[in-house]
Design a protein around this ligand. Sequence first.
Ligand SMILES: *[C@@H]1O[C@H](CO)[C@@H](O)[C@H](O)[C@H]1NC(C)=O
Ligand SMILES: *[C@@H]1O[C@H](CO)[C@@H](O)[C@H](O)[C@H]1NC(C)=O
Ligand SMILES: *[C@@H]1O[C@H](CO)[C@@H](O)[C@H](O)[C@H]1NC(C)=O
Length: 386
Amino acid sequence: MSSFTKLFFLFFFVLSLSSLHSLTLPSDVAALQAFKSTVKPATILSYSCLGSWNFTSDPCASPRITHFMCGVNCDTSITPFRVIQITLDPAGYSGTLSPMISKISTLVVLDLSDNNFFGNIPSLLSSLPNLQTLTLRSNSFSGSIPPSIGNLKSLVSLDLSHNSLSGYLPDSIVSLSNLRRIDLSYNKLTGSIPKLPLNLLELAIKANNLSGSLSKLTFDGAGQLEVIELSENSFSGTLQGWFFLLPSLQQVNLANNSLRFIEIWKPANGKSDLVAVDMGFNKIEGNLPVNFASYPVLSSLSLRYNRLRGSIPAELGKSERLKRLFLDGNFLNGSPPKGLFSSKGGVSGSLGDNCLRNCPVSSDLCLKLQKPTSICRQAYGGKPTS
Ligand SMILES: *[C@@H]1O[C@H](CO)[C@@H](O)[C@H](O)[C@H]1NC(C)=O
Ligand SMILES: *[C@@H]1O[C@H](CO)[C@@H](O)[C@H](O)[C@H]1NC(C)=O
Ligand SMILES: *[C@@H]1O[C@H](CO)[C@@H](O)[C@H](O)[C@H]1NC(C)=O
């Protein structure tokens, strides 16, 4: 055959693959086309994944040499082929998310992170029965989280962080019985946290405008919760004793809120996995709770920049696990427990900017100066700061 004839046959071969006998379910192809069509063409660079989405060929056909080079994955073990994953590159795409994506009923992963998608999160997304990972992190989505999200029964990981989402978190999230991780940090969410799904491991809603007190109803039954990251919100009131007894809890960050009181209960049977607690930059009053010393693996504790008074309990100085202790910026008085300065302890952190006496200058914990006597005297109603 002449090379011209070869080319001629190749042309018809490709044509037959792409249009005559389409490999991928036509409605999946149509949905991908609709998805691409709501992205502004000017933001689709030729070398990007979406730039290679050329619908003259089949999205699931392999090898992928010039077309559909990335951004989409298929299940090719079934006929017709089905789309199971859309993971875009961070190429600066801007546009809206087409609700037509909900037609791809086999979709398992949708990841559009680090782009400039804007507009609402379409509520039709909730009709994706197999979706396990929804990642829209670092885009410009706005409006509220659609209540229909509770229908995503297969969802394992939800990351909508770094967008401009507002309004309340829908009550329906409790129905997400497979959900392990939720990250809604850096949005503009308001109100309180509704009841959490029971199998959740990690809750992150840092840097929003959530308010009110942390309610037992929210955390009831969340027995697997290991990480709670709720810093930089407007939580207020009392953090009640049940909170640190959540059975799987390891890390808690509630820094930069407006909490006023904390109740610390001793762990039942002395058992707790709690490793790190940050409640710095709140408005916590009262004494430093001695029961923190009963948490057997607690190694990092920050209560810096609150309004704590009284002395540092000697029990805290006896904990062998404690490695980091930040209590600076309070009104703590008396002498700090000697145990904090023993060579074997090796505790780092700060006890400065308090009303302590005899904080050994040889210790890094005491590098930052204590408050002036006049301020301490005033804080303790004119009585001596002993
Ligand atoms: C799509 O592919 C066809 C055939 O390979 C080509 O002729 C066409 O120019 C491509 N379209 C775009 C927008 O790149
Ligand atoms: C946060 O919410 C409170 C009311 O709960 C409001 O007064 C405040 O302005 C909000 N802050 C921001 C940054 O939106
Ligand atoms: C809390 O706010 C302080 C002061 O603005 C800041 O230095 C610190 O990094 C914040 N911590 C967290 C966990 O948000």
